[in-house]
Design a binder for this molecule. Structure first.
Ligand SMILES: *Cc1c(COP(=O)(O)O)cnc(C)c1O
Length: 370
């Protein structure tokens, strides 16, 4: 079965092999050397001054950023399940919140953010997804972050890049915290989150807040290549390996291929009559609005060995989402759009004529070249 859900994503064989060694103790020079290398690679991935890893799923890093970087009032963007989650986290810690709500297909508007900040000088942190996975949407995060810093550089910009870091280059000049998760673009098993931090964020964290998710104690320890509590050693070994593989390929080539696969998939799907859901599609996944989404997914699974994701909440049964994150062999992505075309044939929607494959290959190879 080809796993084509936008998280978890398949773990490359070389990474699985790297993680298959005997367990090593985390308070040893042997592990610290691996962690040091992984941290250097991680800072290059984020393009940021500092980074921490946490033994938690991505939501733990979202919580850590909110609790450590927001003191008074949080402005959140809710254009899907993950944006909604930032607001719920802030409320769980009794922080005041202001929410900008959008349809799941609609990107946040920089003017709305500016107006919200003008209305409320108490806001000291802003939370948004780079890529909102609920609808496969790309928010204009870099533009919004720049506008916020122009208004007040003290406002902390927290960006959830769980389906964006490792997908495309992100301009972090105005971002204070950028979150990544192991099981999405980084092709690792679930269970680890990573945060890139600006110098301003490290300063604002100060003594930190909370206990397990206290970023101050983690920064102090991780700067010494160890962790405050038992490190997820196996996942860190895997992280070091996967980042080594990406660096060997080269970030430019890695991002170019991901983009080419995403554009080719979109074009192929549109060619056979699929309706793309988001107004500004993310590169991390290809999201289609389809009233028969569950029937399409079921044909894909039973006849073509492909597992793709559906929609959630009000879009349950109405969306299908195809992953583009990771080192995906291009023939696998080509197989997926071909399978969608066959599924449309099986469901008597459109007679199969190989158009999806044809368009996929044309667009992929036009974009994959330098
Ligand atoms: C998957 C995901 C998360 C985190 O989910 P966890 O289940 O806690 O790892 C957060 N934000 C986005 C955009 C995601 O896609």
């Amino acid at each position: 079965m080809l796993l084509f859900t936008p998280g978890p994503t398949p773990v490359p064989e070389a990474v699985r092999t790297a993680m298959a060694g005997p367990t090593i103790h985390h308070r040893t020079p042997e592990f610290e050397a691996i962690f040091k290398e992984a941290r250097e690679r991680l800072r290059r991935l984020f393009g940021m001054d500092e980074c921490v890893v946490l033994a938690s799923s991505g939501t733990g890093a979202m919580e850590a950023c909110v609790t450590n970087l927001a003191a008074r009032k949080v402005l959140t963007v809710n254009a899907g399940k993950f944006g909604e989650r930032f607001g719920k986290i802030a409320q769980a810690f009794a922080l005041e919140t202001v929410e900008l709500k959008y349809g799941w297909d609609t990107p946040a508007d920089v003017e709305d953010v500016k107006a919200a900040l003008a209305d409320d000088p108490d806001i000291d942190a802003f939370c948004i997804q780079v890529s909102e996975s609920a609808g496969g949407l790309r928010h204009p995060v870099e533009e919004i972050a720049a506008a916020i810093k122009e208004i007040n550089p003290e406002i902390m910009v927290i960006a959830d890049g769980i389906t964006a870091v490792g997908v495309e280059p992100i301009d972090t000049s105005n971002i204070d915290a950028l979150i990544a998760g192991s099981q999405k673009a980084l092709m690792l098993p679930p269970g680890m989150a990573m945060i890139g931090l600006s110098d301003a964020a490290v300063e604002k964290i100060g003594g930190g807040r909370g206990y397990y998710f206290n970023l101050s104690s983690e920064i102090a320890k991780q700067r010494k290549n160890t962790t405050a509590y038992t490190a997820p050693t196996t996942l860190i070994i895997g992280l070091n390996k996967v980042l080594e593989m990406i660096e060997e390929e080269g970030y430019e080539s890695f991002y170019r291929k991901t983009r080419a696969r995403a554009l080719a998939t979109r074009a192929a799907l549109e060619a056979i009559g699929c309706v793309l859901y988001p107004k500004t599609p993310a590169l991390s996944m290809s999201t289609v609005y389809d009233e028969e989404a569950d029937a399409v997914r079921s044909v894909l699974k039973s006849e073509f060995g492909v597992n793709i994701a559906g929609g959630q909440d009000h879009l349950k049964g109405r969306l299908f989402r195809i992953n583009q994150m990771g080192l995906i062999p291009v023939h696998e992505s080509a197989w997926v759009v071909n399978a969608v075309e066959w599924a449309y044939d099986r469901l008597d929607r459109r007679a199969y004529d190989g158009l999806a494959s044809k368009v996929f290959n044309e667009v992929y190879y036009a974009n994959e070249k330098r």
